[in-house]
Design a protein around this ligand. Structure first.
Ligand code: SME
Length: 140
């Protein structure tokens, strides 16, 4: 996988995150917003993204789907954001979302967040790919 080499050969985590976001955004039309948040204390901070600007550049870990993925240390798929009370809206067009933790030595250090304008856009294959990319980012 070319992206695997690109991430592993990146000079640092910032560049690796940019490569990953660019790769994922171009991969599927249904990935309408792709971003990476890094954990700084109890706050998630948006490192890089492609898509419309979001009001949520910083998210405390007790808020949002993003915060829940950190607290639970697991991937969260929300097939219908309107029916999830945890959801923090980024764009009115978003219908579904996936958040995948990035771990270093088992501890969450950040996450990949993808929004889709389609309902129920994220399946097992999306999850497997994103967990693989997150694992590679965790090595940087
Ligand atoms: N929807 C996220 C917030 C981030 S925006 O989608 C970019 C959440 O509920 O945590």
């Amino acid at each position: 996988m070319k992206i695997e080499k690109e991430i592993l050969n990146s000079p640092n985590l910032d560049v690796a995150c940019e490569k990953a976001v660019s790769y994922l955004k171009n991969l599927h039309q249904r990935y309408s917003w792709v971003g990476i948040y890094l954990l700084e204390g109890n706050m998630l901070s948006l490192k890089t993204y492609i898509g419309r600007p979001t009001p949520h550049n910083k998210i405390p870990i007790d808020k949002g789907i993003c915060g829940a993925a950190v607290r639970e240390n697991q991937t969260i798929i929300v097939p219908d954001v309107k029916s999830d009370p945890r959801y923090l809206a980024c764009s009115i067009e978003t219908q579904s979302e996936i958040v995948v933790p990035i771990r270093k030595r088992g501890k969450v250090v950040g996450e990949i967040d993808i929004d889709s304008g389609y309902p129920d856009a994220f399946k097992a294959e999306d999850r497997a790919l994103l967990e693989k990319i997150a694992e590679l980012l965790g090595k940087k």
